[in-house]
Design a protein around this ligand. Structure first.
Ligand code: ATP
Length: 612
């Protein structure tokens, strides 16, 4: 509730105006039968000259009430649309601050449900509450007071009826609340299964798992349908009960009212007013009951939205950017005896190729893992040099890229950029220095130019073409629309290799200090891979390059190769050094040679260099 008030606060004026307009509507609705009763009473006693002015008054009240209803509905819709928009933006903003772990906690399906469906439920509930719930107490108090003013006995009759109906409505609503909780989780589930089925339609067909998946979907749909039917049964029950009571009260008012008129305790026109009051009050309570059905669901949705909006990201920016802490740490590290012992050679290297990124005795373990994914990792990426990481699948290579980008934080040790601990920089500042090509080359729906300008929104067409040329993306020149060619969501209208080259070009458009290529050449044929690396070497001369790769041929020319296995560094050096000293590297290189022999690949792709 506090969350809702937080979002309503900026629109306090609009909310007050909405309530005032709706109050006019309610007051008018009750005032009309009061005037009508007066007209009948006066008319019954022969005062026909009052009919015209009273009729005009009724008309005026109806107009005011109608305008109140119209304006109230408009303001209410505006208010709720604004609140809904702000809430969706707040959820999205919060998502942008999520670390990888935070994302995994919620899951994509649930995040979509929370942003779209949950906020929609909240928006609808707020709108209906304003229009149908908030006026109820006003309607009840005013209607019952007017009834008491006409006749005390009739007032009591109406009051008791209202209390019974309210009590039954509350019981039904309380019963429905847990079903709504389930309903929302079933929507999450449907979302997850449906997404999996749509995005994974090819493997589903390829493995002939249509029946299995259909069953999974059917279960998700049936669970949702079962709960929805139970809720609707309660809803229908309350509906019929309310109409039944409205009819009963009309009969009761006529019956008891007839007696009271016979006893001269009230006048004939009062019966009309009392019937109108009863119908209005019970109708509003009935409508409130329907809204109350939505309220528990809206509270659950509010709770789910709050979980996201108020989540303290596991990776947060420092309170005040603390550059000195990071620099001091880097200097302290460089003063260690082991570091100094390596003496002049290192000093010369530092001068020629200053360090851009450093991993300093860094250890990392996923929160749900039993073992460290990376252990005691120490290496640097230097300006003007290429550092490569190679290792078997699952050895922790991509985790290094995620740590550098601070999508996850080191469990122990430090990750430094330009001598500063990454935890002392804001994430935006850190990522500003880095251009990253993810393992899965994800493209956004739009045009090729729009995708490339993710790297730099101000890049000219010439710069985009240049980046494409370096990334061996000349296929774009052959497309009829060139840079304006359409890209489907995820880039699915391009081949894997084309997607990788576009993702590489996107990274190249950004001028960065560190370029990270996470297995970004894997879908390229050997010849294109070789050409691309050659073009990269002449293009990126003043930045550090970190290449994560599976193929030895991709990294054979790297200035430094880190061999990783089971999260530990097994060897470090150039290709030639490692071929002499590192058994793991030799094994990787030989296994790839054997695979190439088996493939019948000749030596024109760089594998001959690997073999030597
Ligand atoms: N969110 C996570 N929670 C727990 N463990 C994870 C998570 N993400 C990755 N891992 C584990 O961390 C290890 C390293 O994963 P990583 O993706 O870094 O490997 P990799 O060397 O890049 O593999 P590949 O070459 O196949 O891409 C793997 O064993 C993986 O199962």
């Amino acid at each position: 509730m506090r969350l809702l008030l937080r979002f309503l606060k900026p629109y306090a004026g609009l909310a007050a105006a909405t309530l005032f307009a709706l109050l006019l509507d309610v007051a008018g609705a009750l005032f009309v039968p009061t005037i009508l009763a007066e007209m009948i009473n006066v008319g019954a006693e022969g005062g026909t000259e009052h009919i015209l002015p009273t009729g005009m008054l009724m008309l005026a009240v109806t107009v005011v009430s109608g305008v109140g209803a119209l304006v109230g509905s408009y303001l209410c819709a505006k208010l709720c649309a604004n609140v809904g928009r702000d809430m969706r933006n707040a959820i999205y903003d919060s998502t942008l601050r999520f670390s990888d772990g935070d994302f995994n906690r919620f899951g994509t399906g649930s995040m979509i449900t929370r942003t779209l469906n949950d906020v929609n439920v909240i928006q609808q509930a707020v709108m209906m509450s304003f229009q149908m719930l908030v006026p109820v107490p006003i309607m009840c108090v005013m209607g019952i007071s007017l009834s008491f003013m006409l006749d005390v006995t009739m007032g009591w009759l109406l009051l008791v009826t209202v209390l019974i109906v309210v009590a039954i409505t509350v019981v039904v609503v309380v019963k429905a609340a847990p079903i709504f909780d389930k309903l929302q989780r079933f929507i999450d589930r449907m979302n997850v299964v449906l997404r999996e089925n749509i995005t994974g339609v090819r493997p589903i067909r390829a493995f002939g798992r249509e029946r299995h998946e259909r069953k999974r979907l059917d279960t998700a749909f049936s669970d949702y349908a079962g709960s929805a039917i139970r809720v609707n049964l309660l809803f229908a029950g309350l509906d019929s009960f309310s109409f039944f009571f409205i009819n009963i009260i009309i009969v009761a008012v006529m019956w008891v009212g007839g007696d009271r008129v016979g006893m001269h305790a009230m006048q004939i026109g009062d019966i009309t007013a009392l019937i109108e009051y009863s119908i209005l009050i019970l109708f509003y309570i009935m409508m409130a009951g329907f809204v109350m059905f939505m309220v528990p669901r809206a509270f659950i949705c509010l709770g789910r939205a709050k979980e996201v909006i108020d989540l303290k990201p596991s990776i947060a920016d420092p309170e005040g950017p603390d550059a000195t802490e990071g620099r001091n740490a880097a200097l302290a590290w460089q003063k260690q005896p082991s570091y100094l012992a390596q003496g002049e050679a290192r000093a010369a290297l530092d001068a020629a190729h200053p360090k851009v990124a450093c991993f300093n005795h860094m250890t990392f373990r996923f929160s749900d893992a039993a073992e460290d994914t990376l252990q005691d990792l120490t290496f640097s990426c230097r300006r003007g040099q290429t550092t490569a990481i190679i290792g078997p699948t699952g050895s922790g290579k991509s985790t290094i890229a995620r740590l550098m980008l601070r999508l996850i934080d080191a469990t122990d040790g430090r990750v430094l950029l330009e001598g500063r601990n990454v935890t002392t920089m804001t994430q935006a500042e850190l990522r500003d220095h880095i251009a990253y090509v993810p393992q899965k080359a994800w493209l956004f729906s739009g045009t090729i130019a729009e995708n490339l300008r993710y790297g730099d929104p101000d890049a000219t067409d010439e710069e985009l073409w240049h980046a494409l040329d370096v990334a061996q993306g000349s296929f774009v020149r052959e497309l009829p629309d060139g840079l304006d060619s359409r890209v489907a969501q995820g880039g699915t209208n391009f081949s894997g290799g084309q997607r990788q080259r576009l993702a590489i070009a996107r990274a190249l458009v950004k001028k960065a200090d560190l370029y990270i290529f996470d297995d970004s050449f894997s879908a390229l044929d050997f010849a294109t891979d070789a050409k691309l690396r050659k073009a990269l070497a002449t293009e990126i001369t003043d930045a550090a390059v970190l290449i994560i790769a599976q193929r030895v041929s991709t990294i054979v020319h790297a200035d430094q190769i880190i061999v990783l296995a089971d999260g530990k560094v097994q060897g470090r050096g150039t290709h030639d050094e490692l071929m002499r000293t590192c058994a793991t590297y030799q094994e990787i290189a030989r296994s790839q040679m054997r695979a190439d022999d088996a493939d019948g690949t000749d030596g024109t792709d760089g594998t001959d260099e690997v073999v030597k």
